[in-house]
Design a binder for this molecule. Structure first.
Ligand code: IPE
Ligand code: IPE
Ligand code: MG
Length: 226
């Protein structure tokens, strides 16, 4: 396929509804959703995508029932542990965007280890949003500039976002049938192409990812020009 987006963001939505429609607990849906991540990561990198930004847990998701939040944290820890074991084999650099300071010590530890173990990897970037909110990210960047006594500029803000090193998504995919960004990469999404699908995240497979790539390949990005 031609015109593969270098950086793809995915809002992985629909785990809860996927489970509820089967008479199962929402947590079961999150387990299925989490099991789906590596299938899509492997496929996307194989297709030529360099950077993937995945929205795993938003700064607003804390408002869910404790049991569900606990399960999501458990699954994240399991995911990062698995990632650490594979670092040398897959050459992927891990980045985590969001305020991780409030996470449990054990989750923080696997995240920090995943990032430091993979810091030298250059083939791909896997960027995961954990306790991430786009507004919080912008405020954080502006505060950094202020604390350094620097002028607030677009360049300055970009340089202080979690994505400073690898930039803005060319394409943002949202699964699960909602047509909104829900606080995902607000600053970076200014000129991202958007792709929405009703497919719920646990059902989102390689074929559906290719449909998003195909849609992207046919887009004309104008960036305000003609
Ligand atoms: C996405 O699935 C995962 C997270 C937001 C953590 P949801 O849990 O939002 O699933 P739905 O949207 O309720 O179906
Ligand atoms: C967005 O999904 C967050 C993640 C996918 C992690 P939500 O399910 O939280 O979004 P809303 O509440 O439907 O906007
Ligand atoms: Mg949702």
């Amino acid at each position: 396929m031609e015109n593969i987006p270098g950086h793809v963001g995915i809002i992985m939505d629909g785990n809860g509804r996927w489970a509820e429609s089967r008479g199962k607990s929402r947590s079961y849906g999150h387990k299925k959703g989490s099991d789906n991540v590596d299938r899509i990561v492997t496929h996307a990198f194989g297709a030529g995508v360099k950077t993937l930004s995945l929205f795993a847990f938003s700064s607003e998701n804390w408002a869910r029932p404790k049991e569900e939040v606990d399960e999501l944290m458990r699954l994240l820890e399991r995911y990062f542990k698995k990632f650490i074991g594979k670092v040398l084999k897959n050459g992927v650099k891990l980045s985590v965007m969001g305020d991780i300071s409030v996470l449990s010590d054990s989750l923080k530890e696997v995240i920090e280890r995943g990032m430091s173990d993979s810091a030298g990897m250059t083939s791909h970037v896997l960027n995961i949003g954990v306790n991430y909110g786009g507004r919080q990210e912008i405020v954080r960047a502006v505060n950094k500039l202020v604390s350094e006594g620097r002028e607030i500029t677009e360049k300055g803000i970009s340089e202080n976002l979690y994505t400073a090193e690898f930039g803005e998504p060319d394409l943002i995919i949202r699964t699960g049938g909602e047509y909104r960004l829900s606080n995902f990469m607000l600053y970076q999404a200014a000129y991202s192409e958007l792709y929405f699908t009703d497919v719920l995240w646990p059902d989102f497979n390689e074929e559906q990812f290719d449909m998003a790539l195909l849609s992207y390949a046919g887009r004309k990005r104008r960036f305000g020009k003609i």
